[in-house]
Design a protein around this ligand. Structure first.
Ligand SMILES: Cc1ncc(COP(=O)(O)O)c(C=O)c1O
Length: 479
């Protein structure tokens, strides 16, 4: 296939010149009725191309999906305009239902828990490995997967996250082989992996590793617009009809054309020029790591051996400066105009992609030099104060008590209780530090003293908890 062609971009260009009388949606009619201030800000073209699924465009979407499937090496691809959230839910809805077991990495995104509310399946959560010295989630190991599959050979699917927020991909090839040896499909949330497989210095993609269904947020690390993702299918453990049926339920009947076009051009970039485009963020990340390590008390992951770590993901540990990642984050963006992707208690995570420049890296390094200098005199004092928080945080929740399925819990009658009185009760909501959006407690799980302590610790140190019906977290909904 000609990966230089862009059927959606070409169709859109043809539509730009067509001046029909528009008696279809959307109501602004190609910008004629749009707010003038908004038009002045955004420009006319965007509105002229905000079109519904006209017949010629529908054909172009099919062609663009075929090109994407060939570029990424799948058997079938579906463009999504509601992010990987929609793809994760489709994977779960396509493969399991009420009464079925599904093995899920406990570092899954909250979208997976929502998928379980939709399909009614029983999650068997797989614990992840953890490197305390670097506060690093290593994901599910092949040994853990194998042992859980021996205990639950009747599971209908395995869902893993790869790469995770820190770029840890894990040995997916091994995991796929293990799942397949039990004749169970491997579903992969590769929201952070749309660039993998296009450069030899990057880990292989989930599709190359043999996964059956894979969703990628093209918008997160490749060149498409926010909310645009691609869902891929390979092999015959799952049929395209199963996926189509699930998407019928989940997808909007009005997909945004601009998002679809952006997927088409992002695919062209990766397929025709991916290696060259990705060489730059790889080079920049390498340079950033080596310059950051020259700043005293800053650490990155280059000192550790992590299987299949995406080198474009840059994590900087600030704990030895005696500050939290949350404090460093506020400092970086309020005083030095540098925006990280994610702060945690001990780290800051930066996403480097084809859009970053040398100037961005220079600003990042300058910012950390400033922080290191400003904290120098107070580091010991700060470290002492922070120790308590770190110890609390390292009390990782490893014993997940799941008493009701997420669906049962979602539809059960719930009461609101003060957080501390809720210990021992079953949560009627999922609470996630955001980012990364991994629930500390999932709907249907028992609320333990450990979880309450961790939630309070994160809030106290400046983190954000998403999903709580009471944002102050003074109270929580329980079954
Ligand atoms: C691991 C993971 N999966 C899924 C998602 C959801 O993806 P999207 O924002 O494309 O819906 C995210 C979002 O941050 C994520 O980090």
């Amino acid at each position: 296939m000609n990966q230089y062609s862009t059927p959606l971009l070409e169709a859109a260009r043809r539509y730009l010149d067509i001046n029909h009388a528009p008696f279809y949606m959307p109501g602004h009619k190609r910008g004629q009725g749009i707010d003038r201030e908004f038009m002045a800000l955004m420009g006319e073209t965007m509105f002229r191309l905000d079109l519904p699924e006209l017949p010629e465009l529908e054909e172009a979407v099919n062609e663009a999906e075929l090109l994407a499937s060939a570029a990424y090496g799948s058997d079938r691809a579906w463009f999504l305009t509601n992010g990987s959230t929609c793809g994760i839910q489709a994977m779960l809805l396509a493969t399991c239902g009420q009464g079925d077991k599904v093995l899920i990495g406990r570092n899954c995104h909250k979208a997976a828990i929502a998928g379980l509310v939709l399909n009614g399946a029983t999650p068997i959560y797989l614990p992840t490995d953890y490197l305390p010295e670097f506060d690093l989630d290593l994901g599910v190991s092949p040994a853990t997967l194998e042992s859980f599959l021996h205990q639950h050979p009747d599971a209908k699917a395995v869902l893993l996250v790869s790469p995770n927020y820190f770029g840890v991909c894990g040995d997916l090839e091994k995991m796929a082989a293990i799942a397949h040896s039990f004749n169970i499909p491997l579903l992969v949330d590769a929201a952070h992996g749309a660039h993998l497989g296009f450069h030899p210095d990057l880990p292989i993609s989930a599709l190359q590793a043999g996964a059956d269904l894979v969703v990628q947020s093209t918008h997160k690390v490749a060149g498409s617009l926010t909310q645009s993702s691609i869902l891929h299918l390979q092999g015959d453990r799952i049929t395209p009809e199963q996926v189509d049926r699930a998407l019928q339920i989940l997808r909007s009947s009005s997909p945004n054309l601009l998002l679809l076009i952006s997927l088409d051009v992002a695919r062209r970039q990766m397929a025709t020029n991916g290696k060259e485009l990705l060489s730059e963020p790889l080079r920049l990340a390498k340079e950033a790591r080596s310059r950051l390590e020259q700043i005293s008390n800053l650490r990155t992951f280059s000192q550790i051996e992590v299987p299949m770590l995406d080198p474009t993901r840059l994590t900087v540990l600030v704990d030895h400066l005696g500050i939290t990642g949350f404090e460093a984050d506020v400092w970086l963006h309020s005083q030095l105009d540098v925006m990280a992707e994610m702060p945690t208690l001990n780290q800051l995570v930066f996403i480097l992609s084809l859009g970053n420049t040398q100037a961005d890296i220079d600003r990042l390094i300058f910012a950390f030099q400033q922080i290191a200098q400003d904290t120098q005199n107070t580091q010991n004092e700060r470290k002492k104060k922070k120790e308590k928080l770190i110890t609390n945080y390292e009390l990782r929740v490893t014993n997940y008590q799941s008493n009701l399925t997420p669906r049962e819990a979602y539809f059960a009658k719930s009461d609101r209780l003060p957080l501390e009185q809720a210990i021992g009760r079953i949560s009627a909501e999922s609470l996630c530090p955001y980012p990364p959006g991994i629930p500390l407690i999932c709907i249907g799980e028992e609320i333990t003293a450990e979880v309450v302590e961790m939630l309070q610790c994160i809030l106290r140190s400046g983190g954000i908890i998403n999903g709580a019906s009471d944002e102050s977290l003074e109270t929580i909904l329980v079954i």
